[in-house]
Write a protein that binds this ligand. Structure first.
Ligand code: PGA
Length: 239
């Protein structure tokens, strides 16, 4: 079993680089001796100043599928890698909902990230079979060693109206389905070794509910990752 992994999805927060630096600095100070891996997925503009931090990996929240060219407003996987980024969240439900991102686009982004040795953290919603079969079409077993999956049902995200966190059983069932798909598309080894996280209203008081050896490797945290005390408490419960 690999070390637990916590992905902090800062979304479009905070509002300036001083606050970003303080947030990241306070958290890294509080988690430095813990035997787990932490990734801060931050707005693009904060990446250059945060990649220098110790004890933490830096990730982005999206990338484009082409490497360069006339794609106004887009950021390529290569640019992120050149900045020192290690991870990138792909297919988050907020991008699907507000920007019309499709599974086909996510598939192209995954390929682009893998090509640049950026580790994609791929969000899978409720249509598990369809999403996995399309997103991983053309991905090799070797490439599967370099990515992370997250079960993130939209209804569990804290900012959704009437959201509710998934139960331990719902997470277990969904992740079981994901691993069955991976056996079908690849093999037992890929199904067992691909890290799978859960995301959706995770906080320090319920995080242990989602950590199940052999089922989940960690969590993806939105809102609670913006409060250093809360995030440090959450991280301590995972070791
Ligand atoms: P949440 O967000 O922890 O605030 O529910 C998770 C996510 O959307 O990535």
């Amino acid at each position: 079993m690999k070390r637990p992994l916590i992905v902090a999805n800062w979304k479009m927060n905070p509002q300036n680089s001083k606050d970003a630096f303080n947030l990241a600095g306070t958290i890294t100070g509080g988690v430095k001796k813990l035997a787990l891996d932490i990734v801060f997925c931050v707005p693009f503009v904060y990446i250059p100043q945060l990649v220098a931090l110790d004890n933490v990996f830096i990730g982005a929240q999206d990338c484009f599928w082409e490497q360069n060219g006339a794609f106004t407003g887009e950021i390529s996987a290569k640019m992120l890698r050149n900045l020192g980024c290690s991870y990138v969240i792909l297919g988050h439900s907020e991008r699907r909902k507000y920007l019309g991102e499709t599974v086909e686009m996510i598939q192209k982004k995954v390929k682009a990230a893998l090509k640049e040795h950026l580790i994609p953290i791929i969000c899978i919603g409720e249509d598990i079979e369809k999403e996995i079969s399309l997103i991983f079409e053309g991905v090799t077993s070797e490439e599967m060693k370099h990515l992370v999956l997250t079960f993130e049902p939209e209804w569990a995200i804290s900012t959704q109206m009437n959201s509710k966190p998934a139960s331990r059983q719902e997470v277990k069932d969904a992740i079981g389905k994901m691993r069955t798909m991976l056996v079908k598309m690849f093999d037992e080894r890929v199904a067992l070794e691909t890290p799978i996280l859960y995301g959706g209203t995770v906080n320090s008081s319920d995080v242990q509910r989602y950590i199940d050896k052999g089922v989940t490797q960690g969590v993806l945290v939105g809102d609670s990752s913006l409060d250093p005390k809360e995030f440090i408490a959450l991280a301590k419960k995972l070791v």
